[in-house]
Write a protein that binds this ligand. Sequence first.
Ligand code: 3HC
Length: 296
Amino acid sequence: MTSQKISRVGVVGAGQMGAGIAEVCARAQVDVLVHEATRDRLAAGRSRILGSLDRGVSSGKLTERERDQATARLRFTCDLGDFADRDLVVESVVEDEAVKVEIFTRLDEVVADPAAILASNTSSIPIRTLGAATRDPARVIGLHFFNPVPVLPLVELVTIPETAPGVAARAESFAHDVLGKQVIYSADRSGFVVNALLVPYLLSAIRMVESGFATVEDVDKAMVLGCAHPMGPLKLADMVGLDTIKVIAERMNEEFGESLYAPPALLTQMVESGRLGKKAGRGFYEYERNGAGKAV
Ligand code: 3HC
């Protein structure tokens, strides 16, 4: 191994997860290069990260100096060729196997240090498929964060049989010691540990609403007040994104062949009509600019 320390991170994709990962790395004093495919999406990702850092200042969690230092560590590009010097790249693009495979093939060509780690933040696409898209799967792992990334302390770490000894330990020590996250290990199975438990729960809540068993607000109230969850399943589904949940459910249904993973018709209809959740301003709830949700 030529370089052990991870000090230059690349993040591919600046949606809600990628932006959160980039922010957490920059706040941990790591040099971060963020990639998006188009200038518009790059600008939106940049605003998302800088807006979140500003909210950190207004809520007293960051000083202005810390925000400015984090901002200075962030750079943005539309060219994956700029990732040549990265020690770790975390891919966090849309949950689409073909898109991720193409990115891994390209990262494998571009990222020069053979000891650099190529990680995916996928929820449901096999890490072995992404490894197979590279010439050197020894440096490929899954590194799965949770939304909102700056708040939730968990990272799931997934290795494949080809992962080189030492790669998981370096990634774990980066996630734990540098980013301050807690790490658990999962087998390379669709959904890993968290989504394999969470997604059937969210789908059950959607089925309850679909069948008229209970209203959106009452299902959410039940789990917040009855089980002390921080938010109910339908509000959480809106936050994660209904399109993302549908794709994860489809992948898990494909892998495990169990009906509890099958997307309910209501979920499919909502996705088809653009009710994708909070990011679309409309899902099980309607959202105003301040992010507050009202059941529809
Ligand atoms: N970025 C940074 N900080 C944020 C934030 C964000 N996007 N959203 C909330 N916060 C911070 C707030 O500033 C606040 O910090 P403070 O306590 O220091 O003041 C704290 O989080 C609590 O926020 P709020 O008071 O605004 O609101 P809540 O108490 O309702 O918390 C929540 C919001 C953190 C989202 C909480 O409801 C929660 O943890 N919900 C569950 C989220 C969850 O289950 N996520 C996992 C989804 S699955 C996943 O991501 C995997 C993927 O593969 C699908």
